[in-house]
Design a protein around this ligand. Structure first.
Ligand code: FE2
Length: 435
């Protein structure tokens, strides 16, 4: 589907998930909306098939009780709807669920769009789901086995119709207790889709990847195209002057120098930058125990002009590792947590393979497949990857259970890092030990 479909005129579709539904009457009666876009009042009644009245409304609380449809519910619902959008796959928990059977038997128009939460979420899939809702006869029924995927699509539809921002969409989903919010992958999928639309018409982010050759470290410069404020991620002390030259030539103002973690292989340039550039703050995770102008916690947003990166705690390589994700979720700067076809070591600096596995799957692999991955290092000359690529080809993680990953990480037999005895003490004081 083209992006224009995201903005197609509102159609009175009625969305159903699991064993719950909104009736057309209820859908319309859910207005007015408060300034943040969250419905103030929605009448409610629990779903019971025998009570399917035309004025029935079901609240989000009912959605959490979603399950498979029984014969009685199916029969009653088939009289109320003209089409069905079925989102289940034929794998895992979905196995054994007949996708089209009940609807096609009763003459409803059906569309089967398999949504694989673990390995199939993409912006294209979200677009396809919205297009399917545009094309299906109204009122339509959206179904999945648990209610998670269906409520995600329902929320996307609503956010698109209302023109909501990411924050408004999330507020709505939380207010309505939509079940997809509890699933990090579905939540990121919905918010990334909304963000893609939100930033569609803006000038592109200013972006320059930079490199420090002695430690094989990548430094990333991100700038707001409107205000020209900028941030540096993982600057190195040896290349601070080079970075400042690039920033000057691009007409940018540096407002923050961020560290993905307390490095053991090079000395950070963040302290030097904070000294040299008025208004520039050095930043690192609070839990790292390292000095900085600003200590970050998971969920913090570092703003530069009209843009920001979200700091996500991704411990495992060190206890203070953070991944920085751009506001449109198009880029993730993973430091030494997720590397290209690998990941950071977990055998020093409070490292933990158990924690690393959890961090990568819940905070990084939950991002859309199209999200670009920019690691802190690569020793084979690769600059970037994508979430989809790493889920498929990362030999330490793809198809590996938690136990298999731990086994791999505990048997890497890596040498003691050459520069750790110099770099670590310096980085604990923002790279300013010598001064
Ligand atoms: Fe590191």
């Amino acid at each position: 589907m083209t992006s224009s479909a995201l903005y197609s005129p509102w159609r009175p579709l009625v969305i159903f998930y699991g064993i719950c539904c909104y009736s057309a009457t209820a859908f319309l009666s859910s207005t007015p909306f408060c300034p943040r876009g969250v419905p103030k009042s929605i009448r409610s009644r629990s779903f019971v098939s025998s009570r399917l009245a035309s004025t029935m409304t079901v609240t989000a609380a009912d959605i959490t009780t979603a399950g498979k449809l029984g014969e009685a519910e199916t029969s009653a619902l088939s009289d109320k709807y003209k089409s069905v959008l079925y989102l289940a796959t034929d794998k895992g928990a979905d196995k054994g669920i007949e996708p089209n059977g009940f609807a096609s038997l009763r003459g409803l128009t059906t569309r089967h769009l398999p949504v694989d939460v673990k390995d199939g979420l993409s912006l294209q899939l979200a677009t396809d789901a919205l297009q399917a809702l545009d094309e299906l006869p109204a009122p339509a029924l959206v179904v999945c086995s648990s209610g998670g995927r269906a409520s995600a699509v329902q929320c996307l539809r609503k956010a698109t119709e209302e023109g909501w921002t990411k924050d408004q969409t999330l507020a709505y989903a939380l207010e309505m207790k939509l079940p997809f919010v509890k699933n990090p992958s579905l939540k990121d999928w919905v918010l990334a889709t909304v963000a893609a639309r939100e930033y569609r018409d803006e000038l592109p982010l200013l972006f320059r990847p930079l490199y420090e050759e002695t430690s094989w470290t990548y430094t990333f410069l991100l700038g707001c195209p409107v205000t020209k404020e900028a941030i540096l991620i993982d600057p190195v002390d040896l290349t601070v002057e080079r970075d400042l030259q690039v920033i000057k030539e691009m007409g940018l103002t540096l407002v923050a120098a961020l560290n993905t973690h307390c490095h053991a292989d090079h000395v950070t340039g963040s302290g030097l930058l904070a000294q040299k550039v008025p208004g520039c703050k050095s930043m690192i995770a609070k839990i790292s125990g390292a000095k900085a102008s600003v200590h970050l916690e998971s969920g913090d947003r570092v703003r530069f002009g009209r843009r920001y990166v979200e700091a996500r705690a991704t411990p495992g390589h060190t206890n203070g590792c953070m991944t920085f994700v751009t506001d449109d979720m198009k880029m993730a700067f993973t430091g030494d947590a997720l590397l290209i076809r690998g990941c950071g070591r977990t055998d020093f600096q409070q490292g933990s393979p158990e924690t690393m596995f959890e961090s990568i799957w819940t905070q990084i692999f939950s991002l859309p497949h199209e999200t670009s991955v920019y690691p802190g290092h690569d020793y084979r000359g690769r600059l970037m990857s994508t979430i989809g690529e790493e889920k498929r080809f990362n030999s330490r993680l793809s198809g590996k259970s938690r136990e298999e990953f731990i086994e791999i990480m505990n048997n890497l037999k890596l040498a003691y890092p050459k520069k750790i005895d110099v770099a670590l003490p310096a980085n604990l004081v923002d790279g300013l030990l010598a001064s």
